[in-house]
Design a protein around this ligand. Structure first.
Ligand code: NAP
Length: 435
């Protein structure tokens, strides 16, 4: 085979923090191999940061660094722009500017994509160049490209993901070591997995943003974070985890995107994030600590699971690097890979979803109570799959897992149960995925 003629591609990197510095190092380490395999010779020609006096620990001469991110984007000698600075502005303006100049963009910024994805997709499509963002969802795990390319013709029905490593770490600690939520959270903070203000992770906002991106790509639909119903894990107790285990389940924070058929036969999408009982035999139950996984179900493909590291500088940089090579190769071919038009679809509200449920009730321990409780379930068409009684007398608790039911019917059941004299209180209520 003849020697491939090398194409030089000059890369402008916006940001040199955890991900940016790891990317620059990877390019330095691997560019020879990439050049041999692809004929593309990558050079990091400019890096924008806020403070040029910080040592980034990367093999680059000082004159590559600048505080002027706009100048990097506008520099005619820069072929591809990598945005790893984070946040909405100025990242959004810089990405739009690069695309309008016909430069492919690679970004790891889920916040930006979730909030302004469509504007950016349209700009990339208009310019005929790539906008690639593999690292934005589930870090190192290749899931965006499979959804965009390998599964583009697949009638996908549901995508479920453990896409937030912080909450998975916390739930794993509670489950494996009996740690309280507060102790597990402070351990996550001391290990650098959780921010000092953990709200975005523990209340499900981060997973919600990623769920919106996943749903958009999986179903070719316009889905923004405001469309995503979310509940976090701050209300999950060790008792819930133990009760779930006794009934053959673990608890995971799942992002669930489903394609449904509306009453008039059209496509609608339901997207939600909540703590979920996962059967111990389900592949997602084996995803522990800070690992992520995405479980994809389709009419032809059956079931697929993608598993790996969802965060961390080097794993995330690996996904950015793959995109960078792809963008450079497409640039050489003279055309980008479009995302395709996103459709406007109805977003089904949470009340319309179908799920199985877990419920615990504190009840009076006397004859006839179970029959009264069962009658309320039956009255709203919610059927019980399994039930157990724990404790006796004043401590008596009933725990149920239902078959699939409509959320509105289940909520009505809770209302009816709350009115029974024998029900002292309604305890935990959690959704359950089917096995
Ligand atoms: P980071 O460590 O905070 O680094 C951000 C970098 O951007 C810093 O070098 C900062 O410069 C630079 N920067 C910020 N604003 C700038 C501006 N206006 N002009 C010039 N430079 C600017 O962030 P990160 O953890 O690498 O994350 C980067 C992106 O990757 C984010 O979108 C994040 O959501 C995404 N991501 C990260 C991970 C992860 O594990 N870290 C995983 C998946 C996705 P200074 O250093 O001078 O302040």
């Amino acid at each position: 085979m003849g020697q491939m003629e090398a194409t030089d591609v000059r890369v402008g990197v916006l940001g040199c923090g955890n991900v940016g510095a790891a990317l620059v190092t990877l390019v330095d380490e691997q560019s020879g191999v990439v050049s041999e395999r692809t004929g593309i010779s990558l050079e990091v020609a400019a890096i924008a940061v806020r403070n040029t006096s910080v040592d980034r620990g990367v093999e680059c001469s000082a004159d590559v660094f600048t505080t002027d991110a706009e100048a990097v984007v506008n520099d005619p000698s820069i072929d591809v722009v990598v945005e790893v600075m984070g946040g909405i502005e100025p990242a959004r303006q810089l990405v739009l500017a690069a695309l309008s100049l016909g430069k492919p963009v690679v970004t790891a910024n889920k916040e930006l994509l979730a909030a302004h994805g469509e504007e950016l997709y349209v700009a990339a499509e208009g310019a005929g160049v790539d906008l690639l963002f593999e690292a934005a969802v589930a870090g190192a795990i290749p899931i965006m490209r499979p959804l965009r390319e390998s599964l583009a013709g697949e009638p996908l029905t549901r995508v479920m993901g453990i896409v937030n490593g912080t909450t998975n770490f916390i739930l794993s600690r509670m489950s494996d070591h009996g740690a309280t939520y507060a102790d597990a959270l402070s351990e996550a903070q001391s290990l650098g997995y959780a921010e000092s203000d953990p709200t975005a992770d523990v209340e499900g906002f981060d997973a919600g943003a990623k769920a919106a991106v996943i749903a958009s790509l999986a179903f070719g639909a316009r889905v923004v974070p405001a469309d995503v119903y979310h509940e976090g894990i701050s209300g999950v107790g060790v008792d819930d985890i133990e009760a779930a285990r006794a009934m053959g389940h673990c608890i995971k924070l799942l992002a669930v995107a489903e394609r449904k058929t509306s009453v008039d036969g059209g496509v609608e999408v339901a997207v939600r994030v909540h703590p979920t009982l996962v059967p111990l035999a389900h592949p997602l139950a084996a995803v522990n600590d800070s690992f992520n996984a995405v479980f994809v179900e389709g009419g032809a493909v059956g079931e697929l699971m993608f598993y790996g590291r969802g965060a961390g500088g080097r794993p995330t940089a690996s996904a950015v690097f793959g995109d960078l090579i792809d963008a450079a190769a497409n640039l050489r071919r003279g055309h980008g890979a479009p995302i395709g038009a996103l459709r406007d679809v109805r977003i089904a509200p949470i009340g319309e979803i179908e799920s199985a449920y877990y419920l615990s009730l504190e009840v009076d321990d006397r004859p006839g109570v179970l029959a009264d409780v069962a009658a309320v379930f039956g009255g709203y068409g919610v059927s019980i799959k399994s039930m157990e009684q724990v404790g006796m007398g004043a401590e008596a608790q009933l725990r149920f897992i239902t078959h699939l039911a409509c959320e509105n019917d289940f909520q009505a059941t809770l209302g009816g149960l709350g009115e029974l004299d024998a029900v002292r209180s309604i305890g935990s209520v959690l959704r359950v995925i089917d096995d």
